[in-house]
Design a protein around this ligand. Structure first.
Ligand code: CP
Length: 330
């Protein structure tokens, strides 16, 4: 595998085979992803954005759930780096004949996939695959649990635009209960020294949330320190970054929100509400957006919005991750 030519320091490798969540990522690992992404962004600016770095490697995307940004950006990332990219559509695969997740993974490994990128409706599905396979597994979103590559591109975008993450106030507003983006961001932002405020109506906050500071899960902290707020104006007060989240209707069991009009009235990120944030505060959204519900169109497309940059950075971050994972084997 050829090293990527960048203006930065030589890249380290990540001390991990899989990317499953950010809860065990160190600050140094996240910095390594940032440095590698800087080099990848340079490749994206070239007239001919194609390098042979991952020639001979195979990236396989296995999406059991709908996706636009994540699947396309992994495909684009792999192709720019010269890898062969195979997209398995589960609706036309042997999954519909009842093949199990592990058997599907073993089959893909047997065709010599180096990296399997999986999205699944069940939390933990990528972990199960990782336990049974020797190739790298990347979690592209598992149920309401984690979406680490989205969080890494969010972190990178914040650091690129504001020059730092340490000490920033980041308000994440919307459906926290079902948001894998919020969970992975909470870990990543906290590791990088940001102060996170999660905000939503009580039915969209996890029960018993936040857990006591000394709560542990499997030997580690249940969650990093976090402030929970049900008043959006207070959450946005003095914020450096505001991240709006979509209502995840596809995961919601029962009518937790009786009126979307009322929800939008109380929780929509609007120009008026953004006036409470710091001047120059960034607006992020992982997409897909429901404009007029969690975010107003003028904010979504306004000068503070970095939503399109998030998508572009998603390609660069995923290039970096594919490179770092494959570099382990080189
Ligand atoms: N942010 C995100 O995961 O978008 P997609 O569902 O389009 O991949």
């Amino acid at each position: 595998m050829r090293a990527v030519q960048t203006r930065e320091q030589p890249q380290a490798v990540l001390p991990r085979r899989h990317i499953l969540d950010l809860n065990d990522f160190t600050r140094e690992e996240i910095e390594t992803v940032f440095r590698t992404t800087d080099g990848m962004k340079e490749i994206l600016t070239r007239q001919i954005k194609k390098v042979p770095t991952l020639r001979g490697k195979t990236v396989l995307t296995l999406f059991y759930e709908a996706s636009t940004r994540t699947r396309v950006s992994f495909e684009q990332a792999g192709k720019i780096l010269g890898a062969d990219v195979i997209n398995l559509t589960t609706s036309t695969s042997s999954v519909v004949k009842g093949e199990s997740l592990v058997d599907t993974g073993r089959t893909l490994q047997a065709v010599r996939a180096d990296v399997i990128v999986i999205r699944h409706a069940s939390a933990g599905a990528p972990y199960l695959l990782a336990q049974h396979l020797q190739c790298s597994v990347v979690n592209a979103g598992d149920g309401a649990h984690a979406h680490p590559t989205q969080a890494l591109l969010d972190l990178y975008t914040i650091r690129e635009k504001l020059g730092r993450i340490e000490g920033l106030k980041v308000a994440i507003v919307g459906d926290i209960l079902y948001s894998r983006v919020a969970r992975s961001n909470l870990w990543g932002l906290s590791t990088m020294g940001a102060r996170v405020v999660l905000c939503g109506p009580p039915p969209l906050l996890p029960a018993g949330f936040p857990p006591p500071a000394d709560a542990v899960v499997a030997g580690g902290p249940a969650l990093p320190p976090v402030t929970v707020e049900t008043d959006v104006d207070r959450a946005l007060d003095g914020a450096d970054v505001v991240m709006a989240l979509r209502i995840q209707h596809e995961r919601m069991k029962g009518g937790l929100l009786p009126s979307m009009t009322e929800y939008a009235r109380r929780y929509q990120v609007t120009e008026e509400r953004m006036a409470r944030a710091k001047p120059g505060a960034l607006v992020l959204h992982p997409g897909p957006m429901n404009e007029g519900v969690e975010i107003s169109p003028d904010v979504a497309h306004g000068t503070q919005s970095v939503i399109q940059e998030q998508v572009t950075n998603g390609v660069a971050v995923r290039m970096a991750l594919l490179y770092l994972l494959c570099a382990r084997e080189a």
